[in-house]
Design a protein around this ligand. Structure first.
Ligand SMILES: [Zn+2]
Length: 195
C-alpha cells in the first residue's frame, strides 16, 4: 500500500488516515518524530486493511461512472451474488448482466472498481485476449488490483481461487476445472459464458 504523509502544524494529537485511489493519505501533527510517523503508518494501515468499507459500495453507481470515464459499455444489470464462491465476478455478455461475489464488498474500493472494469471489458471482449487486456488497462490500478486478488485467492480455502472470472466459460454448476485463464492460448478456458 502506498502512503502519503501530510504534516500539519495545526494538528496537536490526532492522526487521520483516508484511502484515496489505493493510496493511504495520513495526516499527522508536524511535531511527530520519524519513529512516531512510521509507527502510525503501520497502525493505520492495519486498521484500514481490517476495516473494509462500512457498507457495500453502490456498484451500479460505480459501474456507470467507470464506463463513462473509461469508454466501456454500461451493464444492463449489475448485482451482488452470494452464490458466487469460485469467482470474484462474472458476466453474461449476451444479456449484459454482471455479478460480483459478495466477498468482494470487503475489498478496498479500487479493487472493487477493478472487478467491475474487468466485467465491463467482457461486455466487449468475452475472451481474455490482448484486446481484452488493453481495455482493462484503461483502469490505471488494474495490475495492482490483480496482484491483490491473486494474493487473496491464494490465502483462501482451496487455494486456487481465480482472480475475478479468469474463466468466463465456466458454468457455476459445471464440474470444477483448473483455471487456465492466465494462459491466453487456452481456448477452452476463454469461451464466452453461456447461461
Ligand atoms: Zn475475465
Amino acid at each position: 500500500m502506498d502512503v502519503e504523509v501530510t504534516r500539519s502544524p495545526r494538528r496537536r494529537k490526532t492522526v487521520e488516515a483516508r484511502m484515496i485511489d489505493g493510496v493511504m493519505h495520513l495526516a499527522i501533527p508536524a511535531s511527530m518524530t520519524a519513529a512516531e510517523e512510521s509507527h502510525w503508518i503501520d497502525v493505520m494501515r492495519r486498521r484500514l486493511e481490517r476495516q473494509g468499507p462500512a457498507s457495500p459500495p453502490d456498484i451500479a453507481k460505480r459501474a456507470a461512472a467507470l464506463s463513462r470515464r473509461l469508454g466501456l459499455p454500461m451493464p444492463r444489470s449489475i448485482r451482488w451474488s452470494d452464490r458466487q464462491k469460485t469467482l470474484w465476478g462474472s458476466c453474461t455478455p449476451r444479456t449484459g448482466a454482471i455479478r460480483l461475489a459478495s466477498s468482494v464488498a470487503a475489498f478496498p474500493a479500487w479493487v472493487v472498481d477493478y472487478v467491475i472494469v474487468h466485467e465491463l471489458a467482457h461486455l466487449v471482449e468475452p475472451r481474455h485476449d490482448t484486446a481484452f487486456w488493453e481495455l482493462v488497462s484503461r483502469y490505471s490500478l488494474s495490475e495492482r488490483a490483480r496482484g491483490y486478488l491473486i494474493a487473496k485467492g491464494e490465502g483462501a480455502p482451496g487455494g486456487d481461487q481465480p482472480g475475478c472470472d479468469e474463466d468466463p466459460g465456466q458454468d457455476q454448476e459445471a464440474p470444477r476445472r483448473k483455471s487456465t485463464a492466465r494462459d491466453q492460448d487456452a481456448p477452452a478456458a476463454t469461451a464466452p459464458r453461456v447461461e
